[in-house]
Write a protein that binds this ligand. Structure first.
Ligand SMILES: Cc1ncc(COP(=O)(O)O)c(C=O)c1O
Length: 489
C-alpha cells in the first residue's frame, strides 16, 4: 500500500456510503437520534462515520483489516516495526510503555519532571521509580531533559532497571542527545521509552531533532493530535522489536483501552499519517520559516525575548524545535499568567501555556502569516503598555533534594492515610504529590519520607509566589501522610 492511501478513513466512508440499516450501537444511528442542534453543528458526515467495531470495520483490540492496514502504513511512515493507535491519548500510550516493561518491584529510570501518566503507570504496575534530576534553566525558569552523564550514572547504580524513560523533546521543544542515551541504555540491554508527546512532526524534517525511532529507541508514545493534525485524544505508540515484545504491548494497550473505540479519532490518525508522510516535509519547512520570522520579529520588541538556538550547547540542550516559541516576558515586569490573560482579553489570542516567566506559542502547518502578524502586533502593544514596569526580575528557580522512597508509590497509594499539620509532617511518609510548576518537578511523590529541608523548600517557593500544586489542602497547611499504626498494648 502507498502512503497516499488511507485504508481506515476510506473504508469508513465507503461503508457509510452504502447506508446500511444499523441495528447496532452507537444508538444515535448516523445522527438521526441525536440532539438536532448538535447534529446540525457537527454535520451528518461526521456522524455517519461515528461507528463501532462491526465485522467490516475491524477492531482496534485485535486488528486484522483496515485498522491493521492503517497501523502498518503508520509504522512505515514513522520508521517503527509496529505502530499502535491509541484513543486514550498519549497518556494511554505512556502507561502502556511503562507497564509493558515493569512489574511489581521492578525499577524504572525516569526524569523527575515526568508527566502524571508516568506516575500513574508506576502506581498501576507497582514499579519503583529511580529518579534523575532534569537540567534546570535558571535563566528561563524551565526544566530541560536529562543528560547522557546522568543516564550513565543511573544505569551504573541500577543496571537491573527495566527501562529508561526520556521526555524528548520537552514541552518547550528542547531535546537531549537521544541517540547517545539509547546507546548507553542498550549497552546495559535496557530499553528506552520515549515520551514524544511534543514531537510527532520531528520525524518528518531533517532540521528538527531526531525522532525516537530515528534515534533507535525501543518505544515512543507520540501525540499525533498535538502537532500532527489528528483529532484531540488520538495518539500512536511506536515500537521497535528487540528489547520489548510487541505482543505484550498490544495486550497491555488493549487492557487500558475502551472497547468502544472512536472511529472518528482512529480515522483522523490515518489521514494525519498520510499528510505527514506525503507532504510533511514541505509543510513543516514552511512552518519552521514562519516560526523563525516570528522569532526574529519578536526579538525586535523591547523587553521581550523569544528563545532561539542560543539555548543549545549545554549537556541537556542538544537540539531544539524552532516551531516552539518560548517568549520570555520576565524583563517586562509581568508574569506569564498576566500576559496570557492580557492577550485573551485584548487580542482574542489564546497561547499554549504560560508560567511565571514565559508564554509558549506553538506554530504548526495550521498557522499562516495572518496569525503570525496578529501575535507580533499584540506583543508590540503589550511591550509599550507595560514599558513602565520593565526591569530585570531574576528567575529564582531552586532545585529540591529528592527525598528517600520508603514505600513504592503503589503501596503508598493503597495505604490508610491521614491529614497532619505541615509542621508535624517531618519523618512521615507522604501519600500525595507536591510539585512546583514551573519547572514541574515534584518535591514529593507518594511513598517518600518528608524531610525538613523539603518542607522549607516548599515554604521558600510559596514565599516567592511560585505555584506549589498537588496537595488536597490548597493552602498547604496540612499534608496527607500514611497512617502509623501503634502497637496494641
Ligand atoms: C510531556 C507530556 N507527556 C504526555 C502528555 C500526555 O498526552 P495526552 O494529553 O495526549 O494524553 C502530555 C500532555 O500534555 C505531555 O505534556
Amino acid at each position: 500500500m502507498s502512503q497516499n492511501e488511507t485504508p481506515l478513513f476510506s473504508g469508513l466512508v465507503a461503508h457509510a456510503k452504502k447506508n446500511p440499516v444499523q441495528f447496532h450501537i452507537p444508538g444515535h444511528k448516523k445522527g438521526a437520534g441525536i440532539d438536532t442542534e448538535f447534529r446540525n453543528f457537527i454535520g451528518d458526515n461526521a456522524l455517519s462515520i461515528d461507528l463501532i467495531n462491526i465485522g467490516p470495520l475491524d477492531d482496534l483490540h485485535s486488528p486484522k483489516g483496515i485498522i491493521k492496514q492503517a497501523q502498518d502504513l503508520a509504522a512505515e511512515a514513522f520508521g517503527a516495526d509496529h505502530t499502535f493507535f491509541s484513543v486514550q491519548g498519549t497518556s494511554g500510550a505512556i502507561m502502556t510503555m511503562v507497564m509493558a516493561v515493569c512489574g511489581p518491584g521492578d525499577k524504572i529510570i525516569v526524569p523527575r519532571n515526568v508527566h502524571k501518566s508516568v506516575m500513574s503507570a508506576i502506581v498501576f504496575s507497582g514499579a519503583t521509580p529511580i529518579f534523575i534530576h532534569p537540567e534546570v534553566d535558571l535563566e528561563l525558569g524551565i526544566s530541560h531533559g536529562i543528560t547522557n552523564d546522568s543516564v550513565s550514572r543511573a544505569l551504573e547504580q541500577h543496571p537491573d532497571a527495566k527501562g529508561v524513560l526520556v521526555i524528548n523533546p520537552t514541552y518547550f521543544g528542547v531535546s537531549a542527545d537521544l541517540k547517545k542515551i539509547v546507546e548507553i541504555a542498550h549497552s546495559y540491554h535496557v530499553p528506552v521509552l520515549v515520551d514524544e508527546a511534543h514531537g510527532v512532526h520531528i520525524h518528518f524534517h531533517e532540521d528538527l531533532p531526531l525522532s525516537a525511532m530515528q534515534a533507535g529507541a525501543d518505544m515512543a508514545a507520540t501525540s499525533v493530535h498535538k502537532l500532527g493534525g489528528s483529532m484531540t485524544q488520538s495518539s500512536i505508540l511506536n515500537v521497535r522489536e528487540g528489547l520489548v515484545s510487541s505482543k505484550r504491548v498490544q495486550s497491555i494497550l488493549s487492557m487500558l483501552t475502551t472497547t468502544s473505540t472512536s472511529y472518528l479519532l482512529l480515522a483522523s490518525l490515518d489521514v494525519a499519517r498520510k499528510r505527514l508522510a506525503t507532504e510533511g516535509r514541505e509543510l513543516i519547512d514552511k512552518t519552521i520559516k514562519l516560526a523563525q520570522y516570528m522569532r526574529s520579529e519578536i526579538n525586535k520588541i523591547d523587553h521581550l525575548h523569544c528563545v532561539g538556538e542560543e539555548i543549545l550547547g549545554t549537556k541537556a540542550t542538544f537540539d531544539y524545535d524552532p516551531t516552539k516559541l518560548i517568549i520570555s516576558i520576565k524583563d517586562l515586569g509581568l508574569n506569564g499568567y498576566d500576559v496570557e490573560v492580557w492577550l485573551r482579553e485584548n487580542f482574542n489570542i489564546e497561547v499554549e501555556m504560560s508560567d511565571l516567566y514565559n508564554i509558549l506559542c506553538i506554530i504548526t502547518p495550521g498557522d499562516t502569516q495572518r496569525e503570525a502578524d496578529i501575535l507580533i502586533e499584540a506583543l508590540k502593544v503589550l511591550s509599550k503598555e507595560f514599558h513602565h514596569l520593565s526591569g530585570k526580575v531574576s528567575a529564582q528557580v531552586l532545585l529540591p533534594d529528592i527525598p528517600k522512597l520508603a514505600l513504592t508509590p503503589r503501596d503508598a497509594f493503597y495505604s490508610d492515610t491521614e491529614l497532619v499539620p505541615i509542621n508535624e509532617a517531618v519523618g512521615r511518609i507522604i501519600a500525595e504529590f507536591v510539585m512546583v510548576y514551573p519547572p514541574g518537578i515534584p518535591i514529593f511523590i507518594p511513598g517518600e519520607i518528608i524531610t525538613k529541608d523539603n518542607l522549607s523548600y516548599i515554604q521558600k517557593n510559596m514565599e516567592a509566589g511560585l505555584p506549589v500544586q498537588g496537595p488536597e489542602d490548597d493552602e498547604i497547611k496540612h499534608l496527607r501522610v500514611i497512617m502509623e499504626h501503634k502497637a496494641i498494648q
